[in-house]
Structure formats: C-alpha cells, structure tokens
Design a protein around this ligand. Structure first.
Ligand SMILES: C[S@@+](CC[C@H](N)C(=O)[O-])C[C@H]1O[C@@H](n2cnc3c(N)ncnc32)[C@H](O)[C@@H]1O
Length: 435
C-alpha cells in the first residue's frame, strides 16, 4: 500500500515537473537551475532566521513576472545594469531592522533605496552619475498626488492644444546648450521630435515638480531618438531610413515625433509614483551626487550594492540624450571601471584597487557585526583579491543565474552575492581601521 502511494506521488510529481518544464522560456530550458524542482525564494517570506542555504535566487519567469520586477517606481526610466528589487528585499529582510541605516555607495537607479524605504529601513545612496541621482531623487521624493496630476495634465493640455510654446529648435541657440549638445541633439532627433521635446523642456520651469518632469522628458527623448526598436540601449549611429526590425519581425521606420511618448510616459510616471506613495514609509532616504571614494558616509548598519564592473557599461553614455537635453554635469572620468578605459590588465588592476578603497572606506563606518553585500557578475574573477584588500571576513558567496528576459543574447550570465562581515569588537577585524 505505502509503495503504491509512493509510486502514485512520484508519477504525479513527475507530471508536474514535466508541465513545469514545458512552461520554461527558451533561456530557462538551457539552464539546469530551473529544472531541479527546488522551490524558489519568495522575498516577502524571508526572515532573519531564514538559513542562507535555503535561498534559491533562480526565479523562473513564471515565478517572478516582469510586472513584479518592475513594480511602481522601479520602472520610471530604463537603466541598464540594475538589479531586481526582490533580490535586495531578501537581504534587507535577512540582515536589517527598521531603525537601521543601509548604504549603497553605487546607488544607480536607486533600487536599494526604494526597497529599503518600502520596508521602513533608513537608507543613503551615492552615485557619481548626475542622471542616476536625478532619477533616484524622483523615485524617493514625496508627492502631493492631486497637485502632481493637475500639473502634468495642465502641461499635456498646453502642448497638445497648441497653446504651448512654438514648435521650433531656436532654443538650441541659447546658452543652455553647448556645441556638443547642439550637435548631438540635431544628429539623434528628427526636427519635429526635437522641437516637441524642446517645447516640453521650456515649460518645465513653470511647474513645481520639475525633477519629475525632467525624468518624463528624458524617457520620451530616449524613445524618440532616431534608433531601431531593437537597439535602444547603445545605438551606434542614427537610423534615418526604414529598416528590418528583429523585435517586430517586419519593416519599421524611425520615429519622427515625440508627443506620443511624452503623453504615454507622463501618465505612466504619475501612476507609478502614486503606486509607490501608497507603500512609502517614513524611513529616511537620501541620495548624494558624489564619488564614493571620497563620500562622507555616516555610521551605517550595512551595505547592499552592485558596483560597476570593469570595462562593461558606460553609465553616462547610456543616458547621453538626458545629459545633453537637461544640461547635466558629466563626470564620466570619475566612473570606476569606466567602459571607455577598457578591460586591460592595467584597467582591471586599478579597478580592483578603486573598488576596494570604496569598500574599505564604507567598512570604517560600518558597525561591528554589520555586513557588506555585493552583487556582481565577476567573470574575470577579480573579487577574491578585492575581498583580500578590503579585509573583512567572507561569510558566504551565493550564485544565481541572471534570467534576463529582454535583449538578444546567447550567453548565459551568472552573478554572485558576496557577503562580507565586519567582526564584532574585540576580534581581529572589529577595531576601526585607520585608512
Ligand atoms: C551597477 S550600477 C548600480 C545599479 C543599482 N544597483 C540599481 O539597481 O540601479 C553601478 C553604479 O555605480 C556608479 N559609479 C561608478 N563609479 C562611481 C564612483 N566613483 N562613485 C559613485 N558611483 C559610481 C555608476 O554611475 C552606476 O550608476
């Protein structure tokens, strides 16, 4: 009898596994992690006592839908190189309490700060890229939602009713734009699209929610560039003619106007900000535009971050349209591991030293027993040496497959979650370092 039950259960389980495998995406079918039937971790169920060994961070598409990964302000603007909020949530829940302060010295689009705030944990972020800081500020700000809706609707109405500014590109002649910006904007936008973006830009100063309007403008500008639909991340040259589109499997034409994007993103932004304001807590949250190597960090209880990698992503260039349109201060020379500097042996060496110096600096301000959690795709195996240079105890390393559902790629991509711990007082790493 027991045998029969076991057999039946195994058959049922087998069928379930088959059904599960049927619904895997093509990418998931290539990766063993998704076929072993191990339950994945639901972020909201993680507690301080949840053992690290129990965490399964390999979510299938069906486990963690795009809608969840990009909930509320997490999709206020595209940003290449961010991590998913659920990954951050797991480590916030496991290692932090509500009175704590979490630092992200490479805060990027603000994922750590937004998630920490949702859980009532205080947070502080630093980033050297002006646009990323602007985006984060807009995500974490508190809004008077009815007033915001009124402003955005008023602006849209003025643009669409023809009561707004004249459509021209005369503004390019003003001191708000330098020669490089003029050249870029004329090259990457059709005349009509550029005139519409400039009209929106001119209206911004008449409203209170200026930073939020700047983010809407930037998102519309990104979509209104003369690019193909399948290469919005790093287009190499403007696309001025119709082309075969891999994304839509037909002939597509580059866009000639921007209003449709302005309207779509204006409404979407307001809806997302409103959704976040419903879960936003009173926990303190701040972001600073600064180089983390010299950041004046406060006392912190821990760090959760994903640092830039060596020679991989240009964090300024990916938002070049925003820098030129909004006149933001470009500090690309201060990016650690800057893509423009490549990934030579020399570049890797200085990357290791610079990243280690940031973490040593954060460790000085970390309370004894606190953790630094680093999420990184370390293809070149640079982090064992970085960990040595930082000098904290390495508590654990978790691996996960990055199940990126967008973009065309053929290679699998894995990332590691490194957990470093500062020893409690009286032990080897517990006393404060002098440098
Ligand atoms: C991998 S991204 C972080 C993404 C972030 N976790 C998110 O989810 O949006 C790395 C960030 O480090 C920033 N960065 C590079 N060099 C820096 C430096 N010296 N100081 C501060 N931030 C820096 C880049 O501008 C980029 O935004």
């Amino acid at each position: 009898m027991t045998n029969r039950i076991t057999q039946l259960t195994e058959t049922t389980l087998g069928k379930q596994m088959l059904r599960q495998n049927d619904s895997l995406t093509n990418e998931e079918k290539r990766v063993d992690h998704y076929k072993d039937g191990r339950p994945y971790t639901i972020a909201s169920t993680v507690r301080k006592k949840t053992p690290l060994e129990e965490l399964n961070l390999n979510w299938r598409e069906q486990d963690l839908r795009e809608r969840e990964r990009t909930k509320h302000v997490h999709r206020l603007h595209p940003y290449l190189g961010k991590y998913i909020p659920q990954l951050v949530e797991i480590f916030l829940r496991k290692y932090f309490s509500t009175a704590d302060v979490v630092l992200d010295p490479f805060s990027g689009s603000g994922t750590t700060l937004v998630q920490a705030n949702e859980l009532g944990i205080n947070s502080i972020g630093y980033d050297v890229s002006a646009f990323n800081v602007l985006l984060t500020q807009v995500k974490i700000a508190s809004y008077n939602i009815p007033k915001l809706k009124k402003e955005v609707n008023d602006l849209l109405l003025r643009l669409e009713s023809g009561q707004g500014p004249d459509l021209s590109i005369q503004d390019l002649k003003t001191a708000a734009f330098n020669d490089e910006a003029r050249k870029y904007l004329k090259l990457w936008f059709a005349p009509q699209a550029l005139a519409e973006l400039l009209a929106f830009r001119r209206l911004i100063s008449e409203y209170d929610n200026q930073d939020l309007l700047k983010v809407i403008l930037s998102r519309a500008a990104r979509s209104a560039r003369l690019t193909t639909h399948f290469d919005l991340d790093f287009p190499k040259k403007p696309q001025t003619e119709p082309y075969h589109c891999y994304k839509h499997a037909r002939t597509c034409s580059p866009t000639s106007d921007a209003y449709k994007f302005i309207r779509r993103y204006a409404l979407d932004t307001v809806a997302r900000v409103e959704a976040f304001s419903a879960v936003k807590t009173k926990a303190s949250v701040q972001v600073h535009h600064a180089d983390s190597r010299n950041g004046k960090f406060p006392e912190i209880d821990g760090v959760i971050t994903s640092p830039p990698y060596v020679g991989l992503i240009d964090y300024h260039e990916q938002h070049a349209y925003a820098y030129h349109l909004l006149g933001l201060h470009d500090q690309r020379d201060l990016e650690i591991g800057a893509a423009a500097k490549g990934s030579s042996i020399r570049a890797k060496k200085s990357y290791q030293e610079e990243i280690a110096s940031v973490f040593r600096h954060t460790a000085e301000n970390l309370r004894p027993g606190g953790r630094i959690i680093v999420v990184v795709g370390d293809k070149a195996n640079l982090y064992p040496e970085i960990a040595e240079l930082v000098g904290l105890e390495q508590e654990a390393i978790l691996q996960r497959h990055v199940n990126r559902r967008t973009g065309r790629r053929s290679n699998e991509f894995y990332e590691s979650v490194l957990i470093w711990r500062k020893q409690k007082k009286g032990t080897k790493n517990g006393s404060r370092r002098e440098n």
